[in-house]
Design a protein around this ligand. Structure first.
Ligand SMILES: [Zn+2]
Length: 118
């Protein structure tokens, strides 16, 4: 038995997406390379936020070389959205902006204090 025959005859482990959606996973599964069987929580979050069919559409719109990065961005955004349903990953920016604003106001206050304006 050659290597290819052996690979074909060995059982294919379903990816996390197919496991969760309880569907047959074959070697042509679009999600299998990005959601291995043991990463079911990663897929669960993405599925909850975007839906599996939308994730497949997003992947298929990308060139194959960029699909890995696309999945990382989708997972990051889904995780942020689940953590903060209102702001999502905008919350990180909002926190950064709030800290910057506080620093600026502190500098203005200190400058005014040094000039005896406060
Ligand atoms: Zn699959």
């Amino acid at each position: 038995m050659g290597f290819q025959e052996l690979a074909r005859s060995s059982p294919h482990q379903p990816c996390a997406a197919c496991r969760m959606l309880r569907r047959r996973c074959d070697s042509n599964c679009t999600l299998a390379p990005y959601f291995p069987s043991h990463e079911i929580q990663k897929f669960a979050g993405v599925h909850k936020v975007y839906g599996a069919s939308n994730v497949v559409k997003m992947i298929q719109m990308e060139e194959e070389t960029k699909r890995g990065d696309t999945i990382k961005a989708i997972v990051y955004e889904a995780t942020a959205r689940l953590r903060d349903p209102v702001y999502g990953n905008g919350y990180v920016f909002w926190q950064w902006w709030r800290r910057q604003r506080e620093r600026i106001l502190l500098h203005i206050f200190l400058d005014c204090s040094l000039m005896n304006l406060v």
